[in-house]
Design a protein around this ligand. Structure first.
Ligand code: FAD
Length: 535
């Protein structure tokens, strides 16, 4: 045996012993013996690499093993082992690890399925230009989906602001950006899924087939199955984007314009509507705002009244190069209806792919300054339109003071573009806003940039909403107790719980979301498909 083989053998033996202690001998020996086309790894560096996430808010917890699957069948074999073993152990899909609160982790006695690592055998995106869809592996990153579909002059319709997220990860939440007002979230643009349930069955589902599972998995926080394939609807890809930012000092005028823009139907409208809040000049220099410089330097003091809060509307018009003569005129007509500060128009023009991939450029900049891998106590809320003004007064002009530590996005969406049958939860109003407080904590910064300060501010924001009875719903939700989860799901809870009992009765999947109790404590009723989970 070579020294390398000896050390691999010792590592494997050590890992197996650890597993035996944690999950029982039969399970572990079975994990080691599961015949997969991909591979399991027990190497400390591999375990460490999946033990924390973008949030960096929790102490890293290494799983027992990591599976690099090559196929849905690999995932199914692992889950069948977990499901059939005496003491079930957790199995979590990990997309690109961009969760904030450990949602993709399993804790110490689970197995993480690394979906985003390309293995020999993992299918490449397959575009069907005639049918206008693409079939993708669940761990595919959106940026790669885009590259592939652009080869056919096509692109998905609904996006996230950042493309280095996995398809399965965003579809487990919703996947939103400035196109959502028109196309709905990403979960509204899926035609079919292959899912490995918590029983280890590979199930195809769509609007026509296994409908309950299809809708349940979309926005389902990974609770009912691991998405191994998604069929995503496409449209002809625009070539260029006219990207415009304008400022407002009145929140009422700003939201009136945003709501007007998302109410527009027909051909002539903007393609993307977002916005953000500027509570301090620092924002101009932060990662979302490189737009303003160096060719468009903006002095906030030149448009702000007494350093008060400003609001920036961000809109785009997509176009084909053949339309470059008419795009100016079209934009001008659309903007005539808006009431922004006239001197505050900032415009740029770029390729569609560069617009979609804009946050990655900011990522590279932050990485070069060691400011990417820092804790991110992000808070994302859906706020009903009827209370957004109260939220502005209480949070933007109140709790935040004049320091933000990161961008604060705000944009409205139309509820009728969300399928009520999905598991995603939104407020009970026709129009609601996303408010995303995307803060980074610095250990050596000012007091207001420290993690504890920002976490406390998040707590105060949620407390304020509760006291003011603003019925917000968390997006990318994180709740500490079952009572909070039940309140989060509201009318959808009974359905959500019964789906869990049907598709993951042993509570094996996505335990990092902490919605249901630990698998080893879950009641084992293998023959029952409709009983309620006990928690
Ligand atoms: P992970 O964090 O790895 O997983 C998230 C959850 O999904 C876990 O519970 C995991 O077990 C489960 N999961 C992962 N893969 C699968 C699968 N194949 N099948 C079933 N369950 C699975 N979100 C938006 O909607 N819009 C945005 O504009 C946006 N911008 C972002 C920008 C940045 C810089 C970051 C860090 C995040 C952003 N997000 C945005 C949030 C993002 O959607 C979530 O982090 C989401 O979880 C996707 O990340 P991921 O693919 O890394 O999934």
């Amino acid at each position: 045996m070579t020294p390398e083989m000896t050390s691999s053998f010792l590592l494997m033996t050590f890992a197996i012993c650890t597993l035996i202690i944690a999950v029982g001998p039969s399970e572990l020996l079975r994990i080691g013996a599961i015949d997969v086309d991909g591979h399991f790894t027990f190497k400390p560096s591999d375990l460490a690499s999946v033990s924390s996430d973008f949030g960096m808010l929790k102490s890293p917890e290494e799983p027992l093993a990591v599976l690099h699957p090559s196929s849905a069948e690999d995932v199914a074999r692992l889950i069948r082992t977990a499901y059939g073993s005496a003491t079930a152990f957790p199995v979590s899909a990990r997309g690109h690890g961009h969760s904030i609160n450990g949602q993709a982790s399993t804790g110490r006695n689970g197995v993480v399925v690394e979906m985003s690592h390309r293995n020999i055998g993992t299918p490449e995106p397959l575009v069907e230009p005639e049918e206008m869809y693409v079939d993708v592996w669940g761990g595919e990153l959106w940026v790669d989906v885009l590259k592939k579909t652009l080869e056919h002059g096509l692109a998905p319709k609904s996006w996230t602001d950042y493309l280095y997220l996995s398809v399965g990860g965003t579809l487990s939440n919703a996947g939103i950006s400035g196109q959502a007002f028109h196309h709905g979230p990403q979960i509204s643009n899926v035609l079919e899924l292959d899912v490995v349930t918590g029983r280890g069955e590979v199930m195809r589902c769509s609007e026509e087939e296994n409908t309950r599972l299809f809708h349940g998995v979309l926005g389902g926080l990974g609770q009912f199955g691991i998405i191994t394939r998604a069929r995503i609807s496409l449209e002809p890809a625009p070539q260029r984007v006219r990207w415009i930012r304008v400022l407002y000092s009145s929140f009422e005028v700003f939201t009136e314009d945003q709501e007007y823009l998302i109410s527009m139907h027909g051909q002539s409208k903007f393609d993307y509507v977002e916005g953000f809040v500027i509570v301090d000049e620092g924002l101009v220099n932060n990662w979302r705002s490189s737009f303003f410089s160096p060719r468009n330097p903006v002095k906030i003091s030149s448009v702000s009244s007494n350093g008060s809060v400003l609001y920036c509307l961000e809109i785009t018009k997509n176009y084909h190069e053949s339309e470059s003569d008419t795009v100016d005129q079209e934009v001008e007509i659309l903007m005539k209806k808006l009431n922004f500060i006239p001197t505050s128009v900032f415009t740029t023009d770029l390729q569609y792919v560069d617009f979609l991939d804009r946050v990655h450029k900011a990522e590279l900049k932050l990485r070069s300054k060691n400011l990417w891998e820092v804790p991110h106590p992000w808070l994302n809320l859906f706020v009903p339109k009827s209370r957004i003004s109260d939220f502005d007064k209480g949070v933007f002009k109140g709790i935040l003071g004049n320091k933000t530590s990161g961008p604060i996005l705000i944009y409205p969406m139309n509820k009728d573009k969300w399928d009520e049958r999905s598991s995603a939860v939104t407020p009970d109003e026709e129009v609601f806003y996303l408010v995303a407080l995307l803060r980074s904590a610095l250990s050596d910064g000012e007091e207001t940039q420290k993690l504890e300060y920002l976490k406390d501010q998040n707590r105060r924001i949620l407390e304020f909403c509760e006291q003011a009875k603003i019925n917000v719903k968390q997006y990318l939700p994180h709740h500490a107790t079952q009572e909070e989860w039940v309140a989060h799901y509201g009318d959808k809870w009974d359905q959500f719980r019964s789906m869990k009992a049907e598709f993951d009765p042993r509570h094996i999947l996505a335990t990092g979301q902490k919605i249901f109790q630990n698998p080893s404590l879950a009641l084992f009723r293998p023959s029952s498909s409709s009983s309620s989970a006990s928690w």
